[in-house]
Design a protein around this ligand. Sequence first.
Ligand SMILES: C[S@@+](CC[C@H](N)C(=O)[O-])C[C@H]1O[C@@H](n2cnc3c(N)ncnc32)[C@H](O)[C@@H]1O
Length: 341
Amino acid sequence: MADPIRHRVDEMWPLTSVWVTGQQSSPVQRRGRYVPESTQHPARMLPAIARHAIIAYTEPGDMVLDPMCGIGTTLVEAMHLGRDATGVEIEQRWCDLARANIALAASQGAPGRAAVLCGDATSIGQVVPAALRGRYALLLTSPPYGPTVHGHVRPGPDGVQKSANRYSDHRHEGNLAHRDLRGLVDGFAQILAGSFSLLRPGGHVVVTARPWRTRGELVDLPAAVVAAGVQAGLQPVERCVALLAALRDGRFVARPSFFQLQQVRKAIARGVPLHLISHEDVLILRRPTDTSPPNQRGRATARPATAGSLSPGAARAGTNGDTPPARHILDTPSGDGGEVA
Ligand SMILES: C[S@@+](CC[C@H](N)C(=O)[O-])C[C@H]1O[C@@H](n2cnc3c(N)ncnc32)[C@H](O)[C@@H]1O
């Protein structure tokens, strides 16, 4: 069945490898669609990015998984697009907000359903019910990263005050946000490996990630994400760019965070020609259609991920349209997901 929403979006913004997702600011994109407390989360995905990925890689009625769902952006956007979704989140505080957000979407008549499971996604096989194995058409997520890119700032008597820049008040051992880069990438690889069997053959994995700078050095998280996916048995099929800046009359209108501006200005003052990063890298991988275990399979034949190497249409052609509908399995009222851990 043709997807009318997708058709409308195609007409406005054709699905290219540069995703035009920053035309409206984050507060405008969220107004009336998310509970106001959602701003307490330090690193939410832009709703337009989630929408674009869901439209590009799923059909209405498909199931979407976000193993690190934060306040539930993936779930809310999936519901509004008529997809069903499951989110996993380790922090009780964000689970509660994600549930409030999916309840809000349901109250607004969103046709899809969603559930939030509070647990550690590095053991996702024990968190998501076994009945859902092989059902998900799309895993869409973003890992936590670099504290310098998070939070709100306000000038105060003792200089700039930072707020809403922490994932948790306590140091939760399982939260990948508290690990160093090696630990973060290892944990993320574990999540992807555990999610492999939840995806249907040909199902896609879309991860948004931003490189960040530590003492001037670029930390290339996107490359590490692709490596983690390959390690988990996934095939890289595409690499796109999601704009955080708006396009107005052929020009970029950037919306940098305070921290980004500060870093770039300081670097330029030192004579280092840094530029603002006004996009997220979008890494797209796929569970091979050959369902044999990764260690018994030949090497992935997909081209290595390079910006715009494959069109979203080409990537979609590999999805397995024979997967039976799974709506009845997720037959819980929105916001009423089981507490698993
Ligand atoms: C970048 S945020 C995702 C934000 C989300 N896309 C949204 O729009 O709200 C990453 C999330 O992963 C969660 N997280 C970190 N480690 C986790 C783990 N081991 N299992 C599940 N969630 C985890 C963090 O608490 C955080 O909320």
